[in-house]
Design a protein around this ligand. Sequence first.
Ligand code: ADP
Ligand code: MG
Length: 314
Amino acid sequence: MTDQPAIVIRDLVKRYTPAKGGEAKLALKGVSFDVPQGQIFGLLGPNGAGKSTLINILAGTVTKTSGTAEIWGFDIDKDRRNAKRAIGIVPQEIVFDPFFTPFEVLENQGGYYGISKPLRRSMELLRDVHLADKANATARTLSGGMKRRLLVAKAMVHSPPVLVLDEPTAGVDVELRRQLWQLVSEMNREGVTVVLTTHYLEEAEALCDRIAIINHGELIADKPTRDLVGMAREKLVVLTLDRDVGEMPSHPAFLKCESKGERVIEITYDKDRSNAGEVMSLVQAQGYAIVDVTTREADLEDVFVKLTSEPAGA
Ligand code: ADP
Ligand code: MG
């Protein structure tokens, strides 16, 4: 494939309709985005946003209501077989037969994909995920972290160009989280396009080249991480002044100046272009004395809150 996107999603809608009565749930409300080849792409959103629904549609375990999806140029309806071969998925829930050994788990998966024995690379994959010494242990004796890594190896058995991990680090400890980040980065360096869902902002920021944010089944952002973090370049200073504010102080260095009460103003500025001291001097130069001051740095959390608190359709 040339430089087509690894995944193309258009107007994807999913309505869960309960078997008997009950209310239908619109989990995806017409989502469109591309995952560029060769990247680590983060699908970020709070619990219930629709991340797993979207991943499971790609995996073929959830049937979409409408819209289209292509994986590596293959439409998931018209070319299901090729689309499936182009993607490896590590589901959110850890499930596999506890009585097989890691080596057997990978051999079975290879068989499922019709890979002949001599062409299977189970040991190599176990080495990749640092489980070679556990090849013949029974799966149920593996720690949670080892199980996650085994699932990554299982997803890679058929050497797909795209690896998707659904919340790989939800509820895992710091050490394991670091291991998984490292593993994901290694896979990506070897040319695999990686998509991961997460509700951890710092994870997406640390790991991903590009981040899409989904909330209540709607896409609310889709940007290079750098740009999204750029939105967090703002800093806030809240000033209590000695008297009521008539005309708002203004200056080219201020991005925004808002009244927060009769004598309180909140000034937003670009931390690359100004600083709290300068902001205060500028206000003082306009004839106010400053009685109190607090400052706050915006971070990705603020960007997220800002984006997700906007009413739907705004
Ligand atoms: P996320 O992975 O972002 O936490 P999900 O895709 O799991 O979100 O869920 C999105 C919404 O769809 C939630 O409101 C969830 O309750 C609902 N949902 C998920 N699976 C089902 C299902 N099988 N039947 C009905 N509703 C579902
Ligand atoms: Mg989920």
